[in-house]
Unconditional design. Structure first.
Length: 147
């Protein structure tokens, strides 16, 4: 689907396609990071540059992350990135999804990732697109993040 330069990408893609869950997570994280940039070196050959690119990156990141998670991969930093991706998404037909953001933040927070715990505290303090504020949950996650 995507074409890019660089041997690291090629190696990750090869390993991910052959079932390596860690490579799947790193590839998903790569797509997540590209989503928030204007990737000059990453494109979809069948579409004009820019049209559908961010939607495709978003979908690719989510697909690889779910495959990796189902195969038992654990990487709190990557999970946090996906939570942030779902919280911030506003491109094309993708809208912010608070419940999905919370899902990914929880996966990271349960591994003790303090940034995810803080983000959960913020999410429950202010609410997200489809998540109502909850003072008890906000307190819980802020308290955990402060430890």
């Amino acid at each position: 689907m995507f074409q890019t330069e660089g041997s690291s990408y090629a190696i990750l893609l090869y390993l991910a396609r052959h079932g390596d869950p860690d490579a799947m997570l790193y590839l998903a994280d790569f797509y997540t990071r590209e989503y928030f940039q204007e990737p000059a070196h990453l494109y979809i050959p069948s579409e004009p540059f820019g049209s559908g690119l961010h939607t495709a990156l978003f979908q690719a990141a989510g697909t690889w992350a779910e495959h990796a998670r189902h195969l038992g991969a654990n990487n709190a930093a990557c999970y946090y990135d996906f939570g942030w991706l779902y919280q911030q998404a506003t491109t094309g037909n993708i809208i912010a999804n608070g419940a999905t953001a919370i899902h990914w933040y929880l996966l990271a927070a349960r591994q003790g990732y303090s940034m995810a715990e803080t983000r959960l505290g913020e999410a429950y303090t202010h609410g997200l697109a489809d998540i109502a504020p909850d003072a008890a949950q906000a307190y819980h996650w802020y308290h955990r993040a402060a430890r």
